[in-house]
Design a protein around this ligand. Sequence first.
Ligand code: ADP
Length: 201
Amino acid sequence: MLKVGLTGGIGSGKSTVSRQMSAYRGVVVVDADLIAREVVEPGTPGLAGVVEEFGPSVLREDGTLDRDALGAVVFGDDERRKALSAILHPLIGELSGQRWAEAEAGGATVLVHDVPLLVEAGLTNMYDEVVVVDVPVEVQAQRLVELRGMSESDARARIASQAAREARLAAATTVLDNSGTVADLTKQVERLASKWDLTPA
Ligand code: ADP
């Protein structure tokens, strides 16, 4: 099983690529964002650990995690952020490993691990290939404003909070250039799929 890490800055087109790749036979996509949510679902040791550390004010009335409240608590506070990571990262690592093993046991030939902060988290060495969806910062900001309804300053701040474009490119074994149309991007995904001997499902 080929282990592929897929990443890209916010608004780069990573989800688009991930969706296209999942349409090939033998590909299993594991979504790191979904796993990060799963480990803090109600009733999990993850959520219990977070409440123990940060108190019940990070819970909504229905008992689910209030991400905005938790985000406000850890924002700009390194110690608190580290405390949160210490609780969540081992759980995320364990569940991701479990999903990889399930994919392999199920006969997947390519595992695509979709990880927005792959480079930031220093995970490059976990993969056979690191695929980076790349756009110039100007295009990235423009798409976040036009397609996601963000304000220009919010888009810029989010882009600035992630790894620099250069750092992502330095980690890449394959770069998908998404500065053109979606059709241009699709062609590059098709080329990659053919390099990996994949056929549409
Ligand atoms: P990410 O997952 O990296 O944040 P998405 O795949 O969700 O990015 O893409 C961000 C937005 O840009 C979406 O609305 C998507 O449909 C759109 N998009 C992606 N690629 C292109 C492109 N080449 N041209 C125009 N819009 C695009």
